[in-house]
Design a binder for this molecule. Sequence first.
Ligand SMILES: *Cc1c(COP(=O)(O)O)cnc(C)c1O
Length: 362
Amino acid sequence: MPPLEEYVDEIKTLWESHWLTNMGVKHKELEKQLTQYLKVSYVSLFSNGHMALELLLQALKLQGEVITTPFTFASTTHAIVRNGLKPIYCDISLKDYTIDVSQIEDLITENTCAIIPIHVYGHVCDVKEISRIAHKYNLKVIYDAAHAFGVEYDGQGIGEYGDASMFSFHATKVFNTIEGGAVVYKEQNLEKELWGLKNFGIKDEETIDKIGANAKLNELQAAMGICNLRHINEEIKKREICDNKYRERLGGIEGIYICEKQDNVKYNYSYFPVLFDKSKCGVSRNEIYRSLKEKGIFTRKYFYPLTSNFECYKKLFITGNTPVAQYVSDNILVMPLYADLSEEEIDYICEEIKLIITKACK
Ligand SMILES: *Cc1c(COP(=O)(O)O)cnc(C)c1O
């Protein structure tokens, strides 16, 4: 959160204007600043990341099948299904947990309309290969970039790849507007479409030309974003220090796997996922999770379960064959990571993990 005085200062003008929502000055200002910070062509703000994705898919008028992965947050698959589209699950790569591009082409049918990959943990998907496949088969590419705020690849904003990307500004993400999200894109014609869909399809006072929803980011949320954006670089810097510490302390331990850093990527250090292989380290992910919890260390099974295993999807779809996604989902644990996490705390967390493993090996 930004310093309270800074936020109060930012929202003062709202008490004079009484303009609280419906794309006011703060909303416009934040869109402008984000376009620069994210190094993208266009930004459309939304009330949250999920509605941004759901309405983006509607704006693109997609129909049929969408290739995606089940190793993600509920939102990605829900947005697909709530648009009447059918998710076709592709497996993920063990290297960085993003979509395994070598398996995409086998899943393409005459009904395929799009690929929706996820930049999981801020790891960059193989954007070049995905783009090659998309061109070859004339498919749209929409990235779930909820984890990838500020990430750059080859010096370009991550949102410049594909037809469009969704970012989430939820309170738990690297950058937040309390709740909030955005669609970023290259084609200007999407602007009007998205604007209409997030505001009931209202074109003017007497014309409603789209079956829209209500997904507007209000002025107090936008003001929060403007304040947080001023501090984002220092936040990411502090996270980087935490990331390095974790790598130092947990690297090289038998049975513990940490993703290697990708080349040409500017990271946001949003998450620190650690994979525990019981056959090598003697303890399962669930045992580590429980033991750490008893010590007051709260890790997260993220993402578990796979969206293809959700109760609500059991009867609806063939789950597809995604053994790597299943393995990662069963064994992954995301460590505590935030800017103010101290070196001592990281030491404590890593020592506890090592203790649990040593005990198990006896
Ligand atoms: C957070 C998240 C979303 C949804 O964003 P909200 O702003 O919470 O609606 C979608 N996909 C992924 C991968 C996420 O982590």
